[in-house]
Design a binder for this molecule. Structure first.
Ligand code: PDD
Length: 284
């Protein structure tokens, strides 16, 4: 049986009655998180839950449970589906209503959660991936982890159509992030990444990497940089919940260059695994 978390119940997938009037379908009107499980333990659960509530608040969705109650539901679900290593996807849409752009503020949010298998990214983590550099055509509230991801999915498809694993997006103001990851460059023992403002999603993995960099006394510059800077990067890597830290071995598209999988990236990968082990007691 495949179980799904639906509002406050865990149901067989056949019993999940999603309404065709859910605003998630009409408008992409909702927010989500992907939370990693290592060795049966959630990793950075509080950070994901806090971001979920923040994203929801930014679009005036009030999640109808206290954070602790939602966390308890997630724990119960994880136990039910016996996740050992994998992820849990959780989304909250504004609710069910007749199609109308105008929301009334009294819709009842709909919560949906399901488990995602471990993606098996170790080869990418070792060898790196190619990334396709293309214009960022998304909206100006990329800080909200919205389920409305048209700009992201279009960029991802474009990257795959050019034999790349990820799209790296840029605006006039500089390089922002990947279609489903954050981007870091390394030059002279210094990490460069876009500041956490409205133009990127402040990744939980990104925040973990910044904490590790501080522990390792690695300098960090959180400032936008033009796409041409990619040409001079010693190392580059992308980060996300599912990828952790994956080196970029080449940029294609509007910037073309190759890079080495370098020592700073490897050091951060190692430190990240140590952090996972420490926080989850996982032997990964
Ligand atoms: N994506 N930027 C974007 C646009 C993202 O979609 C993601 C994550 C990240 C990295 O965030 P985090 O480190 O918190 O996973 C950055 C998730 C994994 C997804 O949509 O599947």
């Amino acid at each position: 049986m495949t179980y799904v978390l639906f509002n406050d119940s865990i149901l067989d997938e056949a019993d999940v009655a999603i309404s065709y009037k859910d605003r998630g379908y009409h408008f992409g009107d909702g927010v989500y998180e992907v939370i990693r499980v290592y060795n049966e333990e959630f990793f950075t659960l509080d950070e994901h839950i806090n971001r979920l509530y923040e994203s929801a608040a930014k679009i005036e969705i009030t999640i109808p449970y206290e954070k602790n109650a939602l966390k308890a539901m997630l724990h119960e679900y994880k136990t039910k589906v016996q996740t050992v290593n994998g992820s849990i996807y959780l989304q909250v849409t504004r609710g069910v209503a007749d199609r109308n752009h105008l929301y009334t503020k009294d819709e009842v949010p709909v919560i949906l959660g399901f488990d995602l298998p471990d993606k098996g990214v170790s080869q990418k983590q070792e060898q790196g991936v190619a990334a396709y550099v293309t214009e960022d055509v998304r909206w100006l509230r990329c800080d909200i982890k919205s389920i409305n991801l048209l700009g992201n999915v279009m960029a991802k498809r474009k990257a795959y159509d050019h034999d790349c694993d990820e799209a790296i997006l840029y605006r006039d103001s500089g390089v922002t992030e990947g279609s489903s990851s954050n981007l870091f460059l390394v030059n002279n023992q210094t990490l460069y990444t876009h500041p956490a403002n409205n133009l990127i999603l402040n990744g939980i993995t990104r925040q973990e990497i910044l904490a590790i960099a501080s522990e390792l006394e690695l300098a960090v510059i959180e400032e936008p940089f033009p796409k041409e800077v990619l040409l001079h990067a010693e190392e580059a890597f992308i980060s996300s919940t599912s990828l952790e830290i994956v080196p970029v071995h080449s940029f294609k598209g509007d910037i073309e260059t190759t890079l080495n999988v370098g020592p700073v990236t490897k050091k951060l990968q190692y430190a990240f695994q140590e952090r996972v082990t420490k926080k989850t007691n996982a032997s990964v």
